[in-house]
Design a protein around this ligand. Structure first.
Ligand code: SF4
Ligand code: MG
Length: 343
């Protein structure tokens, strides 16, 4: 399928001049049309920064310092480098083509208004249609996310957390976006509710054909949801592959550690703890590989050479798999690939 979003060498700082901290370094990533792309990594690794910078929604003090983001709308208009569009072009593009479901957004519903009114206000902000048609559209949206239309007259407190989060998803879909960014949309919910919402998102995506960037610290949630997963560490993508490959054959030591450190999808939660240590301070990053201070496989070259994501590609569809680790780079002298990280 053709790309919807092509992110090339995207870099972001927080702050200016001598106070600037590099939050994203030369990130390359492609989102294909109709695809669910998962972004995973520990908090502070830059996954939200990446999603918001790529759609020009990054709040200050975030500053995009380089790169390009080619957006190809299938609806004509709105295509081009998002980083170089005028504010006017962006405004037109943004509400039509991109919607966001934020973390904890279920609490963004206004407690004093009925759910139906809030959905209708959302529609009315962008479309001038008669009130009756608007109410029908609101009912349709609610039904779409699995909530009975008679809930239009409910107040937010009369709905469960999961239902309120579904209302927020309905609101995001009201404008028929081509791209939906979901930033930890299910983090506040229990596991059963999370799974129901994840299933709903897959159904809606298949029906409506939008693309999704799904951000989470819980990589296990992505295994069934995402088509592809990009694993981030300290402002870089360290592994980018199909979700099945990531799950069954992680190649990057960090990916393998993340998979072991998260609780299973089903069954009781257990304590995290697969990867000792914590991510490096962005103000004083280690030389070479940023993961080397926590990596059980680190060797000489890891301190000297920065591993590149694109250097190591595998298999028949080799263009679709990248691992930024010297263990997998034949041009770097070092130990052979340990069996647990091999094909
Ligand atoms: Fe570990 Fe070296 Fe690979 Fe980095 S490059 S993940 S330190 S083996
Ligand atoms: Mg975040």
């Amino acid at each position: 399928t053709e790309p919807l979003l092509e992110i090339r060498d995207l870099s972001v700082d927080y702050g200016y001049d001598e106070n600037a901290v590099t939050a994203l370094s030369n990130v390359n990533l492609t989102l294909h049309r109709g695809e669910i792309l998962g972004l995973a990594g520990e908090s502070g690794c830059g996954k939200s920064t990446l999603a918001y910078a790529a759609t020009r929604l990054l709040p200050p003090p975030g500053v995009i310092t380089g790169g390009e983001v080619m957006f190809t709308s299938s609806r004509g208009g709105g295509s081009g480098d998002l980083l170089r569009m005028s504010d006017k072009q962006l405004r037109a593009q943004r509400w039509r083509d991109t919607a966001i479901v934020f973390q904890g957004s279920m609490n963004a519903l206004n407690p004093v208004y009925r759910v139906g009114k809030q959905l209708m206000d959302g529609i009315a902000a962008h479309e001038k249609i008669p009130r009756k048609a608007m109410r029908e559209r609101a009912a349709e949206l609610l039904t779409m996310v699995g909530i009975s239309a008679d809930r239009l007259d409910s107040y937010p407190h009369q709905l469960s957390g999961g239902m309120r989060q579904r209302v927020m998803i309905a609101m995001a879909l009201a404008l028929e976006p081509e791209l939906v960014i979901m930033d930890e949309p299910t983090t506040a919910l229990d596991v059963v509710m999370q799974r129901q919402i994840v299933e709903q998102i897959i159904e809606l995506k298949d029906e409506l054909g939008f693309s999704v960037i799904f951000i989470t610290h819980d990589v296990s949630l992505l295994i069934e949801l995402a088509d592809r997963i990009a694993i981030m560490y300290a402002g870089e993508i360290v592994e980018d592959a199909g979700s099945r490959e990531v799950y069954h054959e992680p190649r990057h030591p960090y990916t393998a550690g993340l998979l072991h450190s998260f609780p299973p999808l089903r069954g009781p939660k257990r304590e995290l703890g697969g990867i000792p240590g914590s991510p490096p301070d962005l103000l004083s990053l280690p030389s070479g590989c940023r993961f080397r201070t926590r990596c059980p496989y680190a060797f000489g070259a890891c301190a000297r050479v920065v591993p590149q994501l694109g250097d190591t590609l595998y298999g028949d569809d080799e263009a679709h798999r990248g691992v930024a680790c010297h263990l997998h780079d034949a041009t770097i002298d070092g130990p052979s690939v340990p069996p647990e990280l091999a094909v």
